[in-house]
Design a protein around this ligand. Structure first.
Ligand SMILES: [Zn+2]
Length: 456
């Protein structure tokens, strides 16, 4: 029997974690935290594993909502085997140490869980086993109840450095978990490479299910719009603030800006960056020949950049033309990008560009929805302020749009699909579209705590 039990990230985005039991072998697919929740509420429902066999954790990529609760899983299951791609292991070493610093601050008054330590992360990273893309490896558990082995393999998901879809196979039956997937070319990554074989079950991410793809501009048009808007601000001596996630978005946007500068499409002004995102640029550079990469000529660490953390006064950044890439993509309070945004908003020469998904309720969302001349309240605790700077929104997603996600089903032609990692509207649209376009495919909408039998 093969069963599937969601522990987190089912009909929601955040704390992705799924338990797959293959004839007695217990696999945990991903182990994230919820970025908008705190303490125990941010974790997957690990208590659902209480009476289950847990043998191996397979991690699709190193974004917080897919890996950050791994140290807590290890506390409950100290002998668990953890497998990732080598690139994800390298990225996770940087991001998990960074999470220690954030958690120690966030959880200082929290009684339900304690923050993990840098020593624990060092041990965890050392214990991660890595497997190259496409290499099949055995993951049989302690109580495996079949003479046929369970195998797994990673398939480049084109989402961020090291990201993988996870293929689990047993006795001629195959289950493919997409993780976060992007089939299109970005500035650096060249897009997902799907398994070239028949798949029985697809566990499918639905991030963009509710967004009509026909209304979305192409990456080429967005790049052109970005260059035009940047020229407008820089030519009047203004500075551009771009809040970015340190992992993935920072590297992709930096590469795009550099290429636009080299082509002469935008002026060669100072670029400010720093922090974790800068460290991760080195990992992108080192691994650029080991993944499906679009432009190996771009070496991120060779792009001239000034250190944002060495700037003495924020206002210095607003005194001359420059582009600032600042961590915390959604500009949550107490982060650098939040502090910068407060200053930027009052400067009529400056501009704020948003380049990715903003969760409703974050200051980033409120900024992205406002325009010059509006009165804006960044959080309920802040006084309203006038928006004097330009605000422009761009879409450079690292997830496939909904038609791209449907094309995964078209290519793999599974008999069963389990929908995960999407808000209700996204899951509904994806379920309805698969049922109507591919008659005969059985579709499940995953729910936390509700076990699905994939094979009797
Ligand atoms: Zn991701």
């Amino acid at each position: 029997m093969i069963t599937f039990l969601p522990l987190g990230g089912a009909n929601d985005i955040g704390a992705s974690c799924y338990y797959l039991n293959v004839e007695g072998t217990g696999l945990v697919l991903d182990c994230g935290t919820h970025p908008r929740k705190f303490g125990i509420d941010s974790l997957p429902r690990f208590e659902l594993l209480k009476d289950q066999q847990v043998d191996v954790a397979l991690i699709s990529h190193a974004h917080q909502d897919h890996i950050d609760s791994l140290p807590y899983l290890v506390q409950h299951h100290p002998y668990i085997r953890i497998v990732t791609t080598p690139q994800t292991r390298a990225v996770a070493e940087v991001t998990l140490h960074n999470s220690v610093n954030i958690l120690q601050e966030q959880l200082k008054d929290e009684m339900t869980i304690r923050a993990y330590s840098h020593d624990e992360i060092d041990l965890l990273i050392q214990s991660i086993e890595w497997q190259e893309y496409l290499k099949r490896f055995t993951v049989n558990g302690y109580r495996h109840a079949s003479t046929e082995p369970v195998s797994a393999s990673f398939h480049d998901a084109g989402h961020i450095m090291g990201s993988a879809g996870i293929l689990v196979e047993h006795h001629g039956r195959s289950i493919f978990y997409t993780g976060d997937i992007n089939l299109d070319v970005q500035s650096l990554l060249a897009g997902a490479i799907l398994p070239n074989q028949k798949i029985d079950v697809v566990i499918l991410e639905c991030t963009h299910g509710s967004t009509d793809s026909s209304q979305l501009p192409s990456r080429k048009i967005e790049k052109f719009r970005f260059a035009n808007a940047a020229n407008g601000i820089l030519s009047r001596g203004g500075s551009i603030l771009i809040p970015v996630f340190a992992l993935g978005k920072m590297q992709e946007i930096l590469a795009m800006i550099w290429k636009l500068m080299e082509q002469g499409s935008i002026p060669n002004v100072d670029i400010f960056s720093g922090g974790v995102g800068k460290k991760l640029c080195g990992i992108y550079d080192k691994n650029r020949y080991t993944v499906s990469y679009n432009d190996t000529d771009v070496i991120l660490t060779d792009i001239p950049q000034k250190d944002l953390y060495e700037v003495e006064h924020i206002d210095d950044l607003l005194r001359h033309q420059c582009i600032v890439l600042a961590g915390s993509g959604m500009m949550v309070p107490n982060t650098l990008s939040f502090k910068l945004a407060q200053r930027w908003l009052s400067n009529p020469k400056a501009g704020i560009f948003t380049v990715g998904y903003m969760d409703p309720g974050t200051p980033g969302f409120r900024i992205s929805q406002s325009n010059k001349g509006d009165l804006l309240q960044l959080t309920d605790a802040h006084e309203p302020q006038n928006v004097s700077c330009d605000i422009d929104r761009f879409r450079f997603s690292a997830h496939s749009n909904r038609d791209g996600i449907l094309s995964v089903i078209e290519r793999l032609r599974p008999s069963t699909v389990v929908l995960v990692h999407g808000e209700h509207d996204s899951i509904d649209w994806m379920g309805y579209s698969i049922i109507s376009q591919f008659p005969g495919i059985k579709v499940h909408a995953a729910e936390i705590g509700k076990q699905i039998t994939l094979f009797e």
